[in-house]
Structure formats: C-alpha cells, structure tokens
Design a protein around this ligand. Structure first.
Ligand SMILES: [Zn+2]
Length: 287
C-alpha cells in the first residue's frame, strides 16, 4: 500500500468511510454479519476482527492518514450516546474525523446541534439499517442545519446489499429536492443504481460519492458497475466528487483489495490521486 500511494506522489490515503463503534455494539454488528442477517443477505466473513488499537495501527501502517468513525443507530434513543463515543474516540485518535449520527426522533435537532458545536466534521446515516425515509419530517431541521453548516453527511442511500422501501435513488432525490445545498456523500456509489446516483452528483454541486466496496471482486459478484458509466465516474472523480471509502473493518477481503479495484479501472493517475487523497483533502482541509 505505501508503494501504491507513494508512486502517485501522495502523502498517504484519506478514507472517508471506516467504522469505529463502541466495542459491545461492534461485536453485535459482527454477529449480524456472521449470521448473514436479512439486511446483509450473503455470506460476509469479516476480515479485521481486532480491537480498536490494532485496527487504528493497521490503518496507519497502510498509510491511511485520515479516516472516520461512522456509527449509526438502528432504533430511537441511541444516536446521542453513539455521538459521545465517536467524538471521544476522534479526540484521542489522531487522523480520525470527529463523526456523529442521528435518527428521526424529537431530540435529533438538539443533539445534532450539540455534535456540531462539539466539532463534528462528518455525519453518517444508514437509511437501510435505520429503516426510515430520508424525507422523514423529524429530520427536516437536521438536514437544513447540516446543509447550512456545510458539514458532509455520508448516507447509505442505495438498495445494496438488500433494498427496503426507503432506499434507492428516488427517496434520496426527494431529499435533495428539499435540501439542494446538502453536502451528501453517497456511500457505495449508490450501488446498485449507479447511473441514477451519478446523475444526482452531476446535478447537485455539493453531492459526492464514496467508493466503498465498489469494484472489488466481492461486490462485483452481485452489484457490478456498468462499464458504460465509467467515463462519468472519471469526470466526477477529476472534479473532486468521488472519495475513497473502504468499510474497514467490516470487509470480507484485505484492505488493499479496494485500492487494487480502483487501480484496475485504469482511469489514470490523476483520477486515483483525486479519489485517494485530493478530494478529501479539499473537503476536510487536510494539511
Ligand atoms: Zn459502511
């Protein structure tokens, strides 16, 4: 990996989509993947089942200089304590973006304002696991606040791996129609509806995409990216609208597979530099 980014002349890698959560909750997430629960839908043997320190050390050894701690609730009443944990984790972990989340519930606007005041620089919501519509009225004030603050929010909005009534490009487009200034980062390039999400990133100035799991042979088995759309992905990447994401540690293959997958696309070194570092460096003001 250091050879990969060194050859590109980069100072390292910026990965906007990694997960660190309270250890008890992470064990539950892993158990869910182990059981291939209904929202996972396929065998998913997680590779990096290590404690926080070992996983941070591994990211550093790979040259990942910026990462996130994307936690997300699956029911009401959880988000605020997750935020306390992820913000504390970032404060004691150099390189980790202060991360926060929310859920459609009456307290959301208050605790999102608190998280912003505490320095949150990236948010995450998972429409599939959360089981809510992005346009849920209980979130309207939250989206407005994030758009105004210009703070990015990683949204798992696509149908993959298993769609629900709230996932997919139509619900997400409805959200953007209401909040066109939202700095949303569409996780997994919006898989499997790549073209529809590329179109939203083209149409809305502040909408970006992350590469999480896309193009890996694991992902290609069930949600392959259409080759005909690669020129659009190239343009968006060169415009700084595609960010490296990996889903580390919840991946069933080595981290380097994400980078090999991006390199295999053969979209050029400028594209790789933009995706692996420059886009995030601009968005998050990395030195
Ligand atoms: Zn993820």
């Amino acid at each position: 990996m250091p050879e990969f980014w060194g050859r590109l002349g980069l100072p390292g890698l910026a990965d906007v989509h990694t997960h660190f959560l309270p250890p008890r909750m992470l064990r539950k997430v892993w158990a869910y993947f182990d059981a291939a629960g209904p929202l996972v839908g396929t065998e998913w043997p997680i590779r990096y089942r290590w404690d926080d320190e070992a996983r941070v050390a591994h990211l550093r050894s790979l040259g990942v200089r910026m990462f996130s701690a994307l936690a997300y609730p699956h029911r009401p009443g959880m988000a605020e304590s997750l935020n306390a944990w992820t913000l504390d984790f970032a404060a004691r972990t150099p390189g980790c973006l202060p991360s926060a989340t929310f859920f459609p519930e009456p307290a959301a606007a208050r605790y999102v304002a608190d998280a912003l005041a505490a320095g949150a620089r990236v948010f995450k919501v998972h429409v599939q696991v959360g089981g809510f519509a992005p346009t849920d009225p209980a979130l309207d004030a939250v989206w407005g606040m994030l758009a105004e603050a210009g703070v990015p929010v990683v949204v798992h909005a696509g149908h993959a791996p298993v769609g629900t009534v709230h996932t997919g490009p139509a619900s997400f487009a409805a959200l953007l129609a209401r909040h066109p200034g939202l700095a949303a980062i569409v996780a997994h390039l919006g898989a499997p509806d790549y073209a529809a999400f590329l179109e939203l990133a083209e149409r809305y100035r502040h909408v970006r995409l992350d590469t999480t799991m896309a193009f890996t042979s694991f992902f290609d088995r069930f949600v392959p990216f259409p080759a005909a759309e690669l020129p659009r992905l190239r343009e968006l990447g060169l415009a700084g609208k595609v960010l490296l994401g990996s889903d580390f540690p919840n991946i069933p293959y080595p981290y380097a597979e994400q980078l090999s997958a991006l390199a295999r696309l053969d979209l050029g070194d400028d594209w790789l530099r933009a995706v692996c570092w420059d886009a995030a460096a601009a968005l998050f003001d990395l030195g």
